[in-house]
Every structure is written in C-alpha cells, then in structure tokens.
Design a protein around this ligand. Structure first.
Ligand code: FAD
Ligand code: DHB
Length: 392
C-alpha cells in the first residue's frame, strides 16, 4: 500500500494534520490503537488559545466550536482568602481564550475526516515504523480485523503521544531530552452541575491547588492537587467535594455540587525531546513534548506543531526541504515558551510536599505581584492567551 504521509495516532495532532494535508491535496493514512468510541470519550484539556481557534476556523472545522465554545476574557487567581480577576481583554488589547473540550475537537475532526473520505484505522495494533532515513519510510500495523498492513510513505509523522512508539524509533543518542517530574498530580472531575463561576478560578491553598473550569452552562470541570501515588478509589465524590469546598472557600460565594460524570488522576511532568525530526520521521504534539496542565498549553502546542508541519510536508513532497529542515527549531521556540509558562504557573500555585514556609511566602509574594502590577499581569495574560501567530 502507498500513502504520501503515514500518521501514527488519532489524537488532536494526528487528526488535524491529516485534515490540513487533505486541504493541500495530500493523502494520508492515520493509524490509532484505540477505538473511535474511546478516542471520543477521553476527558482532557479544555482551553483554546485565540490562534488555535483561528486556525480551526480557517480550516473549516469550527461549526460546532463557534456554536458551543465559550469565550473567556480572563481568569481569577485566588490565594490567602482573596480572589483577583486578571482581565485578558484589557491587558492584551482584546485577546481572549475559548473553552471547548478536547473531546469535542476530536469528535469534530473524526467526523470531518470520515466525511471527506479520509482513512483512519481505529483499534489497530502492533504499529511500527521503519526505513526512516530513506525517502520511502514504512508504516506497519495490524488492523481491527487482524489483517497486517505495510504502507510505503514519503514521510511519517509520530502523533502518538508520550507513550507512543514513534519517539522510541529514533536512536537515543541523537535525542536531547530535558524533563522534570512534579511531586503532585491532578485529580479531575466532570460534574453534572452548572459552573459556580463566570471565569476559571486558579486557587492557591495551604492544602494544595484547585481549579474550577467548565464545559458548558450545565457541566463543570474541576481539578484538585493530590499526591501522585493516590488512586481514584481513595476519592469518593463526597471527599472530592469536601476538599474542593475547603480550597475554594470565599465568604459570600458558594460552590455548587453535583454528581461526577467522569473522574481521573493525571501525573504531571515537563518533557522536551529534541530534535522533533529524524530523517523522514517527524514528531508532533505530546510525542515530542509534555507540559504540566496548569495554564492549558498541551493541546494548543499540538495544534501549533501541525500548523507548522503541514506546509513543511507539502513543500517536502515537491522536493523543497527548507521548511522541513526548519520544522523542529520553529516549533521548539514556542514549546520552550509554553514549557516555561506552564512550569511557572505550576510552581506558583501548587504546594510542594514537605516544602518550608519560605516557599509558601515566595509563592504568595509572586501572586500578589501578578495581581497588583499591570506589567506582571500583562505577562501572564499574554502567555495564557497565546502568541500572535500559531504557525511561528
Ligand atoms: P494524544 O491526544 O495523546 O494523542 C495520541 C494518540 O496516539 C492517542 O489517541 C493514542 O491512543 C495514540 N497512540 C498511542 N500509541 C500508539 C501506537 N503505538 N500506535 C497508534 N496510535 C497510538 N492539557 C491541557 O492543556 N489541560 C488538561 O487538563 C489536560 N489534561 C490531560 C489529561 C491526560 C490524562 C493527558 C494524557 C493529557 C492531558 N492534557 C491536558 C494534555 C493534552 O490533552 C495533550 O497535550 C494533547 O492530547 C496532545 O495531543 P496529541 O494529539 O499530541 O496526543
Ligand atoms: C482546563 C485545564 C487546564 O489545564 C487549565 O489550565 C484550565 C482548564 C480544563 O480542562 O478546562
């Protein structure tokens, strides 16, 4: 079998790349180990930068996003019993973010690819890549029916997340890896209750960080800092709500409770692997880099990578390698900015187990500065809403 581009993984990066290539008349095959139902149900990120929304709109993918997405012009930072608003619109000349769940983007992308006749193999197994330094790299997999396939490609893109096979196919001595694990995790719930707030609340608390986000006028999304070795079984709904009530407590404000529709615990790490290319294998999204979720950058980075990669692959197929050669450095510039911002938000807001009072005071000082200095608030707002051009 032949395809111009083989894509490993049907997350946001792989599916969007397949669509952006199709807009340029380039055919691709997407291979995914999970079922379509699993991919469409996985609860993950929820905040889109302005550039991400613009890109999805320009690519003709924003029908439901424009109807159901909720534009937000700021966030609240809560600490020491006070809640402060950071007004993105006022600080950045009108920039906003949009709350629209990753699961909805994945549903939109799958529906669009299938409507356009795109090839997506769900529930595949034994994915592997080979001949990566030749100009005919090979993608192999077993399809859901048990048939083995070998696809000869012009290029292969690893969009298979942190635990995928693509990055592992690059000789380890050619990669430079920078990483940090954090001594805490996020417990996330999707709750069947209207949000208790008009904007997201990021709360610093002695008991640990908490975040109030939302998915729709009737569904809330909340996160709690927990120890990384805790299991979800230790957290019945009543314990989760008790803890959320304590961390968000503010006189005159009420946190509404409702049944949990979904619960999960996510480890937190910063990870950057460079370069994002080996011969005719390119990495995009979580396959190449991970940020801790505070600041909501992971999904936006995945979108930015493939926005750079699609024109680079189009040029490569015509024999012009210049954009492909620049791909890794172009993306890593944004990746490192987001890596720093996510680390900064994370370490400002979480309680490090065993940390002394010095750390707590430094965090509070930083939070007071961000909420009282226009320059500091503008820096947060600029990073949170994203950078002017998603492609650069
Ligand atoms: P993924 O979405 O991970 O997609 C990779 C795809 O590849 C998956 O569908 C996977 O099944 C498939 N795959 C893996 N191995 C293979 C293989 N061998 N062969 C074929 N297919 C394979 N970011 C935020 O901003 N906020 C959040 O709250 C947040 N929560 C998160 C919670 C979790 C549990 C995780 C894992 C991530 C979270 N993120 C969050 C990060 C964000 O969701 C990711 O940055 C985003 O999903 C990256 O998209 P991607 O397409 O690169 O990777
Ligand atoms: C969400 C996730 C984040 O990591 C974040 O910083 C804000 C919101 C969310 O899932 O809604």
């Amino acid at each position: 079998m032949r395809a111009e581009v083989g894509i490993v993984g049907a997350g946001p990066a792989g599916l969007l790349l397949s669509h952006l290539l199709a807009l340029r008349g380039i055919d691709s095959v997407v291979v995914e180990i999970r079922s379509r139902a699993y991919c469409e149900a996985r609860q993950r990120a929820g905040v889109l930068e302005e550039g991400t929304v613009r890109l999805l709109r320009e690519a003709g993918l924003a029908g439901r996003l424009d109807r159901l997405g909720i534009e937000h012009g700021g966030i609240y930072l809560q600490f020491a019993g006070e809640r402060h608003h950071i007004d993105f619109r006022a600080l950045t000349g009108g920039r906003t973010v949009t709350v629209y769940a990753q699961t909805e983007i994945v549903k939109d992308l799958i529906a669009q690819r299938l409507a356009d006749g795109g090839v997506v193999h769900f529930s595949a197994s034994d994915t592997s890549v080979d001949h990566l330094t030749s100009d005919r790299p090979v993608l192999r997999f077993t399809d859901a029916g048990g048939a083995r396939h070998e696809i000869s490609c012009d290029a292969i893109v690893g969009c298979d997340g942190f635990h995928g096979i693509s990055r592992a196919a690059i000789p380890v001595d050619l990669l430079t890896v920078r990483q940090r694990e954090y001594p805490y995790a996020w417990l996330g719930i999707l709750a069947d209750v209207p949000p208790s707030t008009d904007e997201l609340i990021y709360a610093h608390h002695r008991r640990g960080f908490a975040l109030h986000s939302l998915r729709s006028p009737s569904v809330s999304r909340l996160y709690l800092q927990v120890d990384p070795d805790e299991s979800i079984e230790q957290w019945p709904d009543t314990r989760i709500w008790d803890e959320l009530q304590r961390r968000f407590e503010l006189p005159g404000w009420e946190l509404k409770e409702g049944p949990a529709l979904d619960k999960g615990i996510t480890a937190m790490r910063s990870f950057v692997s460079a370069p994002m290319r080996y011969g005719r294998l390119f990495l995009a999204g979580d396959a190449a880099h991970i940020v801790p979720p505070t600041g909501a950058k992971g999904l936006n980075l995945a979108v930015a990578d493939v926005a750079v990669l699609a024109p680079a692959l189009a040029a490569l197929l015509t024999g012009d390698e210049r954009l492909a050669d620049a791909y890794s450095a172009t993306c890593l510039n944004r990746v490192w900015r987001s890596t720093h911002f996510s680390w900064w938000m994370t370490t400002m807001l979480h309680r490090t187990p065993g940390a002394d009072e010095m750390e707590a005071e430094l965090q509070l000082s930083q939070l007071r500065y961000v909420t009282s200095s226009r320059a500091a608030a503008t820096s947060l707002a600029e990073n949170y809403t994203g950078y002017s051009d998603v492609r650069g």
